[in-house]
Design a protein around this ligand. Sequence first.
Ligand SMILES: *[C@@H]1O[C@H](CO)[C@@H](O)[C@H](O)[C@H]1NC(C)=O
Ligand SMILES: *[C@@H]1O[C@H](CO)[C@@H](O)[C@H](O)[C@H]1NC(C)=O
Length: 162
Amino acid sequence: MLHHLAFALVLAPCAFAAPVSNVAAATIGKIRGVADPIYHLYLQANPKNASIPVLGPESSAQTFTIGSTIQSQNTSAYLNIQTVSTSYKPLVWGKSAETTAWGLEGDTIITATGSSYGRQLNFLACKSTESGYYDLYLQTGSDVPSGKTCSNYQTIHLPCLC
Ligand SMILES: *[C@@H]1O[C@H](CO)[C@@H](O)[C@H](O)[C@H]1NC(C)=O
Ligand SMILES: *[C@@H]1O[C@H](CO)[C@@H](O)[C@H](O)[C@H]1NC(C)=O
């Protein structure tokens, strides 16, 4: 019986995340890139500036509560999308949940179809000023920040084993 229960708990987040986006209930997990140059780099804060979300080493990965908001269990900060006119939207860690557009599609982080962004799942990953880290921008078009080295059409995911 105990064995059964443990098994169910392990499988639950993956099964739960599969069918719908932007559900009210939350999923818990780390968030990571899956393609070069951010392959298996994990979402966290810039070590020199806690307001800047970056992808970086697994050893400093944060864990998130993911629903229509994304909140770090480590810092309590919320992942917000900045309002800018460019098609690349910088992400920022905030004390309040200004962005309620997040959702999951399978293990993929998206903005929900019904949100002001529509369904987006692409991000720009640009080399941070901190070596080994990458800044993330929600990618809603083809603009790129000038003077930065970026990779487009990146997606970020729960490291779901199912
Ligand atoms: C941290 O980054 C934010 C966003 O780029 C910037 O506005 C702020 O001045 C930075 N803070 C420090 C201490 O560098
Ligand atoms: C973040 O919190 C999780 C537990 O929620 C913990 O396993 C992880 O080590 C923490 N990460 C850091 C960088 O402290």
